[in-house]
Design a protein around this ligand. Structure first.
Ligand code: TEU
Length: 536
């Protein structure tokens, strides 16, 4: 799968597209994409492209034309509104929605030449398209056809559930005390015409090709909403990325406001999405990290040298024994972790969200060291830069990402001499598999036992345990597997429940010791130990 590689001024790392039918020159050309598709086909692989059509770049010709005058034929391709004025006659944006990546700023940007505001939910450089206008939808369909005709097999549809906005553009309620601008997603996510737009795209374009679609859908906490979008018979997309697990540690003030969480939260979220999905005919994209999230082992476990490998394998054990379509993000299969806490934010971090957040925090808390420290911790834990460092291929300079005399676009994580693909592929896996080799083993198991691990029922085991997350997968044939995950850095004694029968521990993340564990009674789980067992 490739991400946003289209022509772009790169304000938001390519999620601000200025030409949907061209590739950002430093990345290559359309001919390169053709070659990629041909070579993938030979290997029985397929290419899925990012589709970013909630907004364009402010440099896209459509926007430049829209902005050129009030009477421009493309004026209505974007969302323009007149200013409001407060009691003192000061100009104000049309409502109080906050920008998503702009840290406290308004989601509306003023254009002095036409004296109106345009909606720009992410940054001012990413104006939102007006999907109410049929010509915009036609133009999007045209983009889809352009890529499908070239042999692309599907799309990851960026923030696709934001395309239908409440047309009265009401003020959002105040949930961030002391802030002028407030989260407005209640009025722009999962809007009243979302299904209509998706249905139209499906029947006019997607149904005419053999495609796979995955919606990136923030602000969906409701399983009913997920089912309505992806249901096998009546849905519009094949699956969605749900966000609730990613936000397990997100406090009321936003993603950098870290909230403690425990096994009970993990269990509740997993049970909600897994069980409902299977029982009600939905489908989700299974992911633990991506380019917008911290590295999963830093996010959910312990990324210290002592436990990095164990934790990466624990997460693989979980990831590959859940229902849904598995997505592996580059480097996850190597156990890559967040960037070191010592890196200087202003010089090493590249993401506009991180930079905006850090500038604002310094401005607000320059005389409150405790609060500034908390803000910094939150940023370091959740920054998108954590997952954007170059892939670590080998132990040579720049981790083999680019030649030694070239400066990579972002600093390589300092741990590359010990965390890299080359090393992990060479290890003698029979003695103790590397993270990469463990992933291979787990994928093999998942493929072999797909009826149970991909499609089987999901049932919680030991539902109140505060340390261990355990579940059973049961196939229609009765074949049963059980996953037991110690989600703490402590040794835990776990009592195999009486209704769980295990005939064999098939794999575990502590090599050499899992197979000799007792099959019933009480077993000792080492810190972050995970086991996969089967019955029968
Ligand atoms: O992300 C949308 C999204 O809602 C989040 O993942 C968002 O990046 C995060 O909450 C910010 O903290 C998609 C892309 O994946 C992301 O890279 C883009 O920045 C964004 O859309 C705008 O296109």
């Amino acid at each position: 799968m490739t991400l946003a590689v289209y022509d772009s001024p790169q304000v938001d790392m390519g999620y601000d597209i200025s030409n949907y039918k061209a590739i950002h020159p430093p990345y290559g050309t359309l001919e390169d994409v053709n070659r990629l598709i041909t070579e993938l086909k030979k290997r029985d692989m397929k290419l899925v492209m990012d589709l970013v059509v909630n907004h364009t770049s402010h440099q896209h010709p459509w926007f430049l034309e829209s902005k050129s005058s009030l009477s421009s034929p493309k004026r209505d391709w974007y969302i323009w509104k007149k200013p409001k004025y407060d009691d003192r006659g000061n100009r104000q944006p049309p409502n109080n929605w906050v920008q998503i990546l702009g840290e406290g700023l308004s989601a509306w940007t003023y254009d002095p030449s036409t004296e109106e505001y345009y909606l720009s939910l992410f940054t001012p450089e990413q104006p939102d398209l007006n999907w109410e206008n049929p010509a915009v939808r036609e133009a999007v369909h045209d983009i889809l056809r352009f890529w499908l005709d070239r042999g692309v097999s599907g799309f990851r549809m960026d923030v696709i559930n934001l395309i239908s906005k409440n047309q009265s553009f009401p003020d959002a309620e105040v949930v961030l005390p002391g802030h002028v601008y407030q989260p407005g997603h209640k009025f722009y996510a999962n809007g009243s015409r979302l299904h209509e737009y998706l249905h139209e795209t499906k029947i006019k374009v997607l149904d005419h090709y053999d495609t796979m679609t995955v919606g990136e859908t923030p602000f969906i906490d409701d399983v009913d909403e997920m089912i309505s979008i992806v249901h096998g018979d009546t849905g519009f997309l094949n699956m969605i990325f749900y966000f609730e697990l990613m936000d397990i540690d997100t406090g009321p003030l936003g993603k950098q406001d870290l909230k403690p969480w425990g096994v009970k939260d993990l269990r509740r979220i997993m049970n909600k999405w897994q069980k409902t999905m299977i029982e009600r005919g939905g489908w989700i994209a299974l992911y633990l990290e991506n380019h917008d999230q911290p590295r999963s082992l830093s996010h959910f476990c312990d990324d210290s040298d002592e436990y990095r490998e164990t934790c990466a394998k624990l997460l693989a054990l979980m990831h590959l024994t859940l229902s849904g379509t598995v997505y592996v993000y580059q480097g996850q299969e190597l156990g890559m972790r967040n960037v070191p806490k010592t890196w200087d934010i202003m010089t090493e971090f590249k993401d506009i969200e991180a930079i905006n957040y850090w500038k604002k925090a310094q401005e607000l808390y320059h005389d409150q060291p405790e609060r500034l420290k908390r803000a910094e911790e939150g940023l370091r834990a959740k920054a998108r830069d954590n997952a954007r460092t170059p892939v670590q291929w080998d132990a040579s300079a720049n981790a083999g990402f680019c030649p030694a005399d070239v400066k990579p676009w972002m600093r390589v994580n300092d741990d590359y001499p010990i965390v890299n693909a080359d090393l992990q592929m060479k290890i003698n896996g029979e003695e103790d598999p590397s993270v990469w080799q463990f992933w291979h083993k787990m994928i093999e198991i998942r493929k072999r036992s797909a009826q149970v691990l991909v499609y089987g029922n999901f049932q919680l085991v030991d539902e109140t345990n505060e340390h261990v997350f355990a579940y059973r997968r049961v196939a229609q044939s009765g074949e049963t597997w059980v996953t037991v995950l110690n989600f703490t850095g402590k040794e835990v004694r776990w009592c195999v429940p009486e209704d769980v029968t295990v005939s064999e521990w098939v794999i575990g993340n502590y090599h050499g010791s899992y197979s000799s564990k007792a099959l019933s009674g009480t077993i000792t789980l080492k810190p972050w130990e995970g086991l996969l067992g089967r019955d029968g």
